[in-house]
Ligand binder design. Structure first.
Ligand code: NAD
Length: 419
């Protein structure tokens, strides 16, 4: 990945600047982060050795508010990856309409190889090293790959100790007992379901009884399926690396979640047809497809086999640009990842608002607020997409979302006098 990932992100911005007719200066401002901090984090390991880890925090853009984005613990992560991820957060937060800029952090480490004590020391060390540039009005991290609510709890504790008082709003996705919110657990999947329902309303005449196939049955896919079933859709296929379960009569999602929790494999679900290929949900008869597993799943090689009319991207980057073009040629619509899977970061925003005012909503009220934001965001993009498409038929919903995101950033930077 590395440089290629970053180059692709920059190309995307360049394309958005062109399609939206923005001045070249917007690209210049967004192609570099405002600040990059590289730190060393010494940890005394359980066997007495000293390990020195390298950590990053990239603060990409703050035109719309404090920097916001996760912290990744991964053995192969590079600074270039982190810059690319921070840049994507600027675009995602702008599109989501929340008052945040973009940031991202990383430590090059394999967290699975650390003992709980070592992991805690690393997490606290990250905060000590970056204390001056973090803050509930400065930069607000959250979990990403390799980090979780327990790590957020250690981090918020360390930050609070340094500050001398409790600062709940400096990290989000904390455990509910430590100023987190129970909705966070399913926020991405719930947000996806809301967006899927709204898109089905526009393009399929409603969600009731529509057949849905979900690839990937992890945090994202399970809750996407769960909430869609509650909204009246029929889940006909689910998969994980163990294979695919297909049942045209409809899968009992709660039972499948129980089976997945207890056995680790979706394929142990007691009913339906079992297909060894984990990609099979992409090809079954269904009106709606949720590619919720990982990147680069729908490509030029297999796009002809995709039958769904509506594809709602839960994973980041599951459809390659060439395959997406083909899907549109076939008359399908792809709701892009950074619109559809923003439920997690929108929930982070709600948690932060709760934390700043020390006032907490109950689960239902939180969910209603999340639903409203996700719905409005989809409708905003839908309106722009249909308007742009009536003038330029080849435009995609991703193009429209990109233009809207850049537009908000452009206006904020312009009125501040940065452009
Ligand atoms: P996860 O690890 O909880 O789940 C991933 C699931 O996909 C697992 O069940 C795994 O078995 C399955 N899987 C892996 N490869 C597969 C394949 N080729 N075919 C079918 N299934 C496969 O991860 P997650 O948090 O659900 O993330 C999934 C995707 O969603 C990622 O692209 C992630 O970046 C994106 N995403 C997640 C969140 C979030 O809040 N969890 C937010 C935004 C985006």
């Amino acid at each position: 990945m590395g440089n290629e990932f970053l180059e692709n992100v920059l190309k995307t911005i360049k394309r958005g600047v062109e399609i939206g007719g923005f001045p070249e200066d917007l690209y210049k401002m967004l192609s570099k982060p405002e600040r990059i901090v590289i730190v060393k984090i010494p940890v005394r390991m359980d066997d007495g050795r000293l390990e020195v880890f390298e950590g990053y925090r990239v603060q990409h853009n703050s035109a719309l508010g404090p920097y916001k984005g996760g912290i990744r613990f991964h053995p192969q992560v590079t600074l270039e990856d982190d810059i690319a991820l921070a840049t994507l957060m600027t675009l995602k937060n702008s599109l989501a309409g929340i008052p945040y800029g973009g940031g991202k952090g990383a430590v090059r480490v394999d967290p699975k190889k650390l003992s709980p004590r070592e992991l805690e020391q690393l997490s606290r060390g990250y905060v000590r090293a970056l204390y001056r540039v973090l803050g509930d009005h400065i930069d607000i991290p959250a979990p990403d790959i390799g980090t979780n609510p327990q790590i957020m709890a250690w981090m918020v504790d360390e930050y609070s100790k340094l500050e001398g008082y409790n600062v709940p709003g400096v990290f989000t996705a904390k455990p509910p007992v430590l100023w987190g919110n129970p909705v966070r657990e399913y926020a991405t999947g719930f947000g996806l379901a809301v967006v899927t329902r709204e898109a089905a309303e526009k393009y399929l005449g409603g969600i009731e009884g529509k057949r849905v196939a979900i690839q990937g049955f992890g945090n994202t896919g399970q809750w996407h399926a769960y909430w869609l079933q509650k909204m009246g859709a029929k889940i006909v296929a689910i998969s994980d690396t163990s294979g695919t379960v297909y049942d045209p009569e409809g899968i009992d999602v709660e039972l499948a979640m129980k089976v997945k929790k207890e056995t680790g494999k979706v394929i142990n679900y007691p009913k339906g047809e079992k297909i060894p290929d984990p990609k099979a949900p992409l090809y079954v008869d269904a009106e709606i497809l949720g590619p919720d597993a990982m990147e680069n799943q729908i490509t030029l090689e297999n796009v002809d086999k995709v039958k769904a009319k509506l594809i709602v991207e839960g994973a980041n980057g599951p459809t390659t640009p060439e395959a997406e073009q083909k899907l549109y040629e076939k008359g399908s619509i792809v709701v892009p990842d950074f619109l559809a899977n923003a439920g997690g970061v929108v929930m982070s925003y709600l948690e932060w608002v709760e934390n700043l005012q020390w006032y907490f909503w109950d689960e239902e009220e939180t969910r209603a607020r999340l639903e409203k934001i996700m719905r409005n965001n989809f409708l905003k993009v839908y309106d722009r997409f249909e308007k742009m498409r009536s003038e330029k038929p080849k435009v995609t919903m991703r193009d429209a979302a990109l233009v809207l995101s850049l537009e908000r950033l452009y206006h904020a930077m312009k009125v501040r006098g940065w452009l």
